[in-house]
Design a protein around this ligand. Structure first.
Ligand SMILES: Nc1ccn([C@@H]2O[C@H](COP(=O)(O)OP(=O)(O)OP(=O)(O)O)[C@@H](O)[C@H]2O)c(=O)n1
Ligand SMILES: O=P(O)(O)OC[C@@H](O)[C@@H](O)[C@@H](O)CO
Length: 419
């Protein structure tokens, strides 16, 4: 892990970043969610993220939750996904003692809120149990309030959205426990002692247990307190603990294909391409003119026609300075700055400076393409290229702050336009 800015020391179970329930004001009414189960969402919801594993199957030295995707640790994406849900009051992350400092640096560097740390255990169940203890008010060092419902979600499952979280929490509030499931891809078979097929399970009658899961806090906390050492050591299913020790049958909810767990190296590559696809869904064309007849607006229309699943917006250059927040809200990370037959680069450079100073590049790389329409019948290409060399130097500079800058020179003869 690269050394990040020193973070404030965090105590076990103490919120290390911002006050609990900090972040966007939460609407009083339930967010409208098509798939939500009947029933109401409980007021007090917290989450426990087991993040204390070593990622043996990933086959690299860095534990997979800290492996970088687009230059950012995987766990930061999962934290961001949970933080987007304003009604999750506290997020407890269980990490090993030796990774506590690295975790605090990630929280500090990427501005994560509502996060508390607990010490991971030797197994996933023990890590989860430690996370629950940080929320249970019967613990001496508990600094957080006990929730009605607790979400349990693997830190290495970054693609979780509010819809499934609301569904499992609402269902857990009604049934005591709930979990996301997915159809099996491979058939489950049972080998005999001599390594041959004993029998296979009917794939249509079985499902893969995924995350998130949610529980009435008292149910899952009781289950872990009653749990045998064998279950704590070798178990992999929290829903089973609720059934075995609290006789609570979890409600099973079909989740989306995105709920998969990053386990092997190829999963990191898949996660990277999914993140790239997600952040390339929004493109903003930045014009250095308000003329609706300009080539920049023409470029926007062409892009709209060619890129079917991408939302193309545009704004005049002078409007971008103070409005970076708008791009943050719009989740826009791809910009095309259009400069039509002008060597005035100051405005473009001012936009890039504002972009760098904003928190936009903090969470995802920001792609900026500078498109210069120049009339090469008026000025030779070699001279124009010399004029544009500053882009190459600037690109090296801004890349340090996660802004990926490139230039595109288009020969745009004014003469033809006058016909
Ligand atoms: N002692 C452990 C083991 C696992 N986990 C967490 O549980 C989640 C899912 O477990 P898994 O995918 O098995 O992670 P690892 O145990 O790290 O992977 P491996 O089995 O390949 O070592 C991960 O976020 C992992 O960090 C944990 O908190 N404490
Ligand atoms: O078994 P692992 O420790 O790799 O991962 C844990 C998974 O088993 C678990 O996340 C889901 O199956 C739901 O319980």
């Amino acid at each position: 892990m690269e050394p990040g800015p020193l973070s404030r020391p965090a105590e076990q179970g103490r919120c290390v970043s911002g006050s609990p329930s900090a972040g966007a004001a939460c609407p009083a009414s339930l967010p409208s969610t098509a798939g939500a189960e009947p029933g109401s969402r409980p007021a007090a919801v917290a989450a426990v993220l087991p993040a204390g594993g070593c990622g043996e199957r990933m086959g690299v030295r860095t534990p997979k939750q800290f492996c970088r995707v687009l230059e950012r640790p995987l766990i930061s994406y999962t934290l961001q996904a949970l933080e987007r849900v304003c009604w999750i009051k506290d997020i407890v992350v269980a990490v090993t003692r030796e990774n506590m400092e690295a975790m605090r640096n990630i929280i500090q560097r990427y501005g994560h809120k509502r996060i508390s740390l607990a010490e991971a255990g030797a197994t996933r169940h023990r890590s989860i149990f430690n996370g629950l203890k940080a929320l249970a008010e019967d613990q001496p060092d508990c600094k957080l309030t006990k929730p009605e419902v607790v979400i349990i979600h693997d830190a290495v499952r970054p693609f979780v959205d509010e819809d499934i979280l609301l569904r499992v929490v609402t269902a857990a509030n009604e049934h005591g426990a709930a979990g996301a499931i997915r159809p099996l891809v491979s058939t489950v078979i049972s080998p005999s002692a001599d390594g041959c097929l004993d029998h296979s399970l009917d794939r249509a009658k079985h499902r893969a247990s995924e995350m998130p899961q949610a529980f009435l806090f008292d149910v899952i906390y009781e289950a872990y307190q009653q749990c045998s050492d064998y279950d704590l050591e070798f178990g992999t299913e929290c829903l089973q603990l609720a059934l075995k020790y609290c006789h609570t049958k979890a409600k099973l909810l079909e989740g989306s294909p995105d709920l998969w767990k990053v386990t092997y190296k190829q999963d990191l590559y898949a996660a990277e391409s999914m993140i790239k696809e997600k952040i390339s869904q929004e493109i903003c064309v930045i014009e250095n003119t308000k003329d609706e007849e300009s080539v920049g607006y023409l470029l926007k229309e062409v892009l709209r026609n060619e890129l079917n699943f991408v939302n193309i917006t545009s704004t005049p250059l002078e409007h971008t300075g103070g409005n970076i927040q708008n791009f943050l809200i719009a989740q826009c990370y791809s910009f095309i700055c259009v400069n039509v037959v002008s060597s005035n680069f100051q405005e473009t450079q001012k936009f890039l400076g504002t972009l760098e100073e904003s928190s936009l590049p903090l969470l995802y790389p920001v792609v900026v393409v500078l498109v210069y329409f120049l009339d090469l019948t008026l000025v030779p290409l070699t001279q124009e290229m010399e004029n544009l060399m500053w882009i190459r130097e600037l690109a090296k500079e801004v890349k340090k702050r996660n802004v990926l800058l490139s230039g595109l020179l288009i020969n745009y003869s004014q003469v033809k336009r006058k016909d």
